[in-house]
Write a protein that binds this ligand. Structure first.
Ligand code: CP3
Length: 375
């Protein structure tokens, strides 16, 4: 059993993380780290063994254990379910594997209309029951602890980028060729991937996840006009189809400084910000209606503690400058987010690097809690 971190009132669904996402008052700024479970933790390397990550994910008790390890190690306010954005694609037999050190690779990339036939609907209970099972195990373990469980899915654009490119890409040349030369096919692909993300997140939330994040990690490859035409509509559709769940949503991407306002317009409660844009500037771009998540540079966490400490304080002060700039009295923007806006969830600007000293991340989490504790 984990010690309580949300205070006596933090029952399921009213954790510090959830409150901050909705812009409600919190006892301290909640903190978690993207990719907090993983190779930077010796206990992860020990428990995970050498098999494929997709087989570790399909072992629900193991996935639950890997989800909980960083909660114990770092004292963070949220666990993120140990899974991957390509799990639904893998589960419908599209032919994706995850190569260690490289990432997802697709044997037969998506290039034409015929490839839509290979993409059957994802039915979580039948195709990947282990995901909900892992979520139930984690949620039971976290009950009463005040630590939230975050579910997630890949946003349609980012999942499509792996499908179309066949693997990680620097130029996104095949994706851009497809979207610009066959926009109707692209839209049909995006609609299918939106359905997949909706089904996946819904199953995780029904199994106990209290918030969810859409990873649009590679959206920063798009210009604002491309994002608006080719990525935003499907992401907006995912968020609106999940709105009835009543749990907060976080939309995150890397290199998205020029896209932050558009990402806010997709309707998430929280906009995730990478390390390139200070949070007070991100606030100006996103407007007052959303909470922000971020944004310590993960590479900076490899520096000595005094450097990391200073950088953590800089993030916190940009966040508090951004909170005063989002005084609800000055609200004029309109969108569908139900939240009050203005909250901050501390995170890195992207995932934990495998070389990171776990002691540094523990110290970051402690510092965020101490510095933001409210009486
Ligand atoms: O704590 C956590 O966040 C764990 C859960 C998690 C994983 N993948 C497990 C994983 C999450 C949230 C993801 C999301 C994910 N997967 C994203 C979005 C986040 C981001 O980094 O932008 C993306 C783009 C993927 C696709 C993917 N899967 C990549 C790029 C890689 C890295 C390849 C490598 O080996 O460096 C993976 C593999 C992967 N997924 C690992 C983990 C812990 C590392 C490989 C392993 O331990 O075998």
């Amino acid at each position: 059993m984990l010690s309580s971190r949300g205070g006596p009132d933090a029952g399921a669904g009213d954790t510090c993380l959830v409150r901050a996402c909705f812009g409600k008052p919190v006892p301290h700024t909640p903190v978690w780290f993207m990719r907090q479970a993983g190779r930077s933790l010796p206990e992860y390397r020990a428990a995970r063994g050498s098999g494929s990550i997709l087989s570790a994910i399909s072992d629900a008790p193991l996935a639950a254990e890997l989800t909980l390890q960083p909660v114990r190690r770092y004292g963070v306010d949220a666990a993120i379910l140990f899974s991957d954005i390509v799990v639904p694609l893998h589960a419908v037999d599209f032919g994706v594997e995850v190569e260690a050190g490289r990432g997802p690779v697709v044997a037969q990339p998506f290039r034409s209309e015929d490839d839509l036939d290979r993409l059957r609907p994802f039915v979580p209970e039948a195709d990947a029951p282990y995901v909900a099972e892992a979520a139930r195990l984690v949620a039971a373990e976290l009950a009463e602890s005040g630590v939230a469980l975050i579910g997630f899915a890949g946003a349609p654009f980012t999942v499509a980028s792996y499908m179309v490119e066949g693997g990680p890409s620097r130029t996104f040349a095949h994706v851009k060729r497809l979207m610009h030369s066959a926009p109707e096919l692209w839209d049909r692909l995006m609609a299918r991937l939106a359905d997949m993300a909706v089904a996946s997140v819904r199953a995780q939330v029904l199994a106990g996840a209290q918030a969810f994040q859409l990873f649009d990690s590679w959206a920063g490859a798009l210009s604002p006009a491309e994002y608006e035409r080719f990525a935003l509509p499907a992401t907006r559709s995912v968020l609106s189809q999940l709105a009835d769940l009543g749990v907060p949503s976080i939309l995150f991407g890397v290199g998205t400084g020029e896209l932050l306002a558009l990402m806010g317009s997709a309707g998430p409660d929280v906009v995730g910000v990478d390390w390139r844009v200070p949070l007070d500037e991100a606030r100006r771009r996103v407007g007052p209606r959303h909470s922000l998540q971020g944004n310590l540079d993960p590479a900076l966490c490899l520096a000595p503690w005094p450097v990391v400490e200073e950088a953590t304080r800089t993030v916190l002060s940009a966040a508090s400058a951004s909170a005063s700039a989002s005084d609800p009295a000055s609200n004029s923007a309109s969108n569908s987010a139900p939240s009050e806006g203005g909250g901050h969830v501390f995170n890195l600007g992207h995932g934990v690097l495998p070389e990171t000293d776990p002691g540094i991340l523990r110290a970051v989490a402690d510092l965020v809690h101490e510095e933001t504790a409210r009486t």
